[in-house]
Design a protein around this ligand. Structure first.
Ligand SMILES: [Zn+2]
Length: 180
């Protein structure tokens, strides 16, 4: 299979959600997990294309999200695309935790993949927030391949951020198992 990996945001000016107490941000965490996922999938014989929005490892010709990330993946004719994110909650840090995975509502393969990703990540200790329709998200709506967007965990929740920082290999392996 040809698989697109899109760690969300970037590692420069638009890092996404942050955990100031830990000094970590979403863009770097999902990049690290994405690189591990790429290695695992390549070892399994898959072809991987990789793009984060700041062009760190991708070949995006434009910075605009739809033209760059979505357009790049469509031009690559991937079979499956995975976008990796960390969630954030505006309220008290410990009030929100867990994994949720978005898919396009009419894509049954997307639903199956999202459900498998949920199962695998919940096994690692993340709370199960379920699979959700991502029809408002360009990544799952505008890509031609089956695409899912994973909010792996909440970056300011102490339980989740421990997993996000210290169990990146297990997270990557869990997502790779779901893709299989
Ligand atoms: Zn994000």
């Amino acid at each position: 299979m040809k698989i697109g990996i899109n760690p969300g945001h970037d590692t420069g000016g638009h890092v996404g959600a942050v955990n100031p107490a830990k000094g970590v941000d979403e863009g770097h965490i999902v990049l690290q997990i994405g690189i591990l996922l790429q290695e695992i999938l390549q070892q399994k014989g898959h072809e991987v294309v990789f793009i984060q929005q700041d062009n760190l490892r991708g070949e995006a010709p434009y910075f605009n999200y739809k033209d760059s990330v979505v357009g790049f993946l469509n031009a690559q004719h991937t079979d499956v695309n995975i976008s990796l994110h960390c969630n954030a909650w505006q309220g008290a840090d410990e009030d929100a935790e867990g994994t949720e995975t978005f898919y396009y509502s009419t894509n049954e393969k997307g639903l199956a993949l999202a459900a498998d990703i949920q199962t695998e990540l919940v096994r690692l200790g993340f709370a199960n927030r379920g699979v959700k329709h991502g029809d408002g998200q360009s990544f799952v709506r505008d890509t031609t391949a089956t695409s899912v967007l994973v909010e792996i965990g909440f970056i300011r929740n102490s339980h989740d951020v421990n997993l996000l920082l210290n169990h990146q290999k297990e997270i990557a392996e869990a997502i790779a198992r779901a893709i299989k």
